[in-house]
Design a protein around this ligand. Structure first.
Ligand SMILES: Nc1ncnc2c1ncn2[C@@H]1O[C@H](COP(=O)(O)OP(=O)(O)OP(=O)(O)O)[C@@H](O)[C@H]1O
Ligand SMILES: [Mg+2]
Length: 501
């Protein structure tokens, strides 16, 4: 039987054909992976199934019955749950409050928070979704926020669970945990639709795969009968280099110098006396399990956090001010949290592309914006970085996840920086775009710029870096060349000492 059957789904946004007569059958109890480039229409299709968008044409059956899904509450009543690519949690509320929001049962007029908390705790333990039910969402990590979203769907008794790029925000360890959660859900008879850009994940967890391109279905295949190379070709429509080439570059003087940096964090992840130097023509990679001080390091270097001890300097100029001062001194920043730090969703694509430089020549003169210059500049970047948008004046929030990431990267690279602080630079972008972003970072290096790469993707750190520092519990515990042993690196990241590793 089919848990869900979508037939001839078509959805247009202005001139964009997000879904074009898409037909897709999801079998009960299977893990079905949806693949496709950024903007291929994956999220749109799933939002239609979840009642967040309305199809212009097409029909849906759930468990064999023709249904009309007007809003998420209809989908939830049909047992459909969705974990969004961009979380929809309320930061100031606790985990439990977020999980139960909208389903609260009051007892004698009072919300029984204690029993709700106990229920959430029980559900979390059953599926080993480790979270603290009483923590405020604004104080928990991105990985934990995702577990809250999964809990939210399970709490509403979802039987068909849509996971929209769940692993984009997870560490390799958390990804493995998610996969065992998926296994457990499957044993429970749940049906799972799993969106990812990582082909090896599709290969590892799915039973079948459907590839979308430009809003159309390319094909649905059995996972056991396909290969990553085949899938990449189906997605992009051409051969994709799954590995980049690194030219030899002679590293020059130190450009970015961090000395004895210590950061106290409310989250409990601290930075403790970190010193590092990024030289001209070098990519310095930070490897580590997320939550070991990466975020605090990022915030201190980028200027988003001003309270820290130690010094950060570009060349001989110490960075003391906020992000604006640091930008002026030649720092570009690709933030790990693109929704909060990278874009202003309600503003246009063009505006987001000049964000931070909007008062400068040629975008403004004597306090007056020069629209023609802004448009010309934005057009160029949209073309160079192949950003798929309905137009320059479409709100950035209407871009697909990967295209938002490309927008940020385009803007940051266009500042002609001396140093790029690149945090999770390819999170959520498709294989073709990863290839492009990696090439861009390597080109900066070849032009004698410096890159500090903080990424949870160990493969990425290894492929791009000249040297790798291992961050563990806020300290640099080891330095290794990029071609060091995988196993050894894993041990160091897990806290084993140099000697035992
Ligand atoms: N609310 C909206 N308004 C205008 N255009 C939209 C809207 N939502 C999506 N689009 C457009 O529809 C197309 C498909 O977007 P969608 O988010 O479904 O892609 P996706 O396959 O999920 O991509 P990604 O891998 O980057 O998340 C994109 O070109 C996007 O810009
Ligand atoms: Mg998407």
């Amino acid at each position: 039987m089919n848990a869900a059957e979508l037939t001839g789904i078509t959805k247009r946004f202005g001139t964009v054909n997000a879904n074009d007569a898409v037909s897709l059958s999801i079998r009960t109890g299977e893990v079905h992976s949806l693949l496709g480039e950024n903007g291929a229409g994956k999220t749109t299709l799933m939002k239609i199934l979840f009642g967040l968008h309305h199809a212009d044409a097409g029909s849906i059956r759930v468990n064999g019955e023709a249904v009309t899904i007007r809003r998420p509450s209809d989908a939830i009543a049909l047992g459909i749950g969705m974990v969004h690519q961009h979380f929809m949690l309320v930061p100031r509320l606790t985990v439990t409050e977020n999980v139960i929001a909208g389903t609260e049962v009051a007892r004698r007029g009072f919300l029984d928070m204690a029993s709700a908390t106990a229920q959430v705790r029980e559900l979390a333990e059953r599926y080993r979704l480790t979270v603290n039910p009483t923590a405020r969402v604004e104080n928990i990590s991105v990985g934990e926020q995702q577990r809250v979203e999964i809990l939210k769907a399970l709490y509403r008794r979802a039987r068909i669970l849509i996971l929209d790029e769940p692993t984009a925000v997870l560490t390799p360890q958390e990804t493995d945990e998610l996969f065992s959660i998926i296994e457990r859900l499957k044993e429970d008879g749940q049906t799972i639709i799993f969106i990812t850009h990582k082909l090896r994940e599709t290969m590892a967890v799915s039973d079948r795969v459907t590839v979308l391109r430009d809003g159309r279905v390319v094909d649905t295949v059995n996972t056991s009968e396909t290969t990553p190379a085949d899938l990449a070709r189906m997605m992009v429509g051409r051969e994709v280099l799954l590995r980049v080439e690194r030219m030899p570059v002679e590293a020059g003087d130190t450009i970015l110098e961090v000395t004895e940096l210590s950061v106290e964090s409310a989250l409990g992840a601290h930075v403790r006396g970190v010193s590092l130097q990024v030289r001209a023509g070098e990519i310095l990679g930070i490897a580590g399990v997320e939550g070991n001080g990466q975020l605090e390091l990022e915030e201190a270097i980028s200027g988003l956090r001003r309270h820290y001890n130690g010094t950060i300097a570009i060349g001989d100029r110490e960075l003391r001010g906020g992000p604006e001062q640091r930008r002026r001194l030649g720092l570009a920043h690709i933030p790990s949290d693109r929704q909060r730090r990278g874009i202003i969703g309600g503003f246009s694509v063009a505006w987001n592309l000049i964000l931070g430089s909007q008062w400068r020549q040629p975008f403004a003169r004597r306090g007056v914006f020069r629209i023609a210059s802004i448009v010309a500049f934005a057009k160029q970047l949209v073309r160079d970085f192949a950003i798929r948008a309905a137009g320059l004046f479409a709100p950035a929030s209407s871009l697909s996840g990967g295209n938002q990431q490309k927008l940020i990267i385009a803007r940051e690279f266009s500042r002609q920086p001396e140093v790029v602080l690149a945090c999770q630079p390819t999170r959520g972008v498709d294989v073709g775009a990863i290839e492009y972003i990696h090439k861009q970072l390597l080109e900066l290096r070849e032009r004698g710029k410096g890159v500090l790469l903080i990424s949870a993707e160990l493969d990425e750190v290894r492929a791009l870096s000249d040297r790798i520092l291992v961050l563990y519990e806020g300290r640099i515990v080891a330095e290794r060349p990029a071609d060091c042993d995988d196993h050894e690196l894993g041990l160091l990241m897990a806290g084993h000492t140099e000697e035992s590793a």
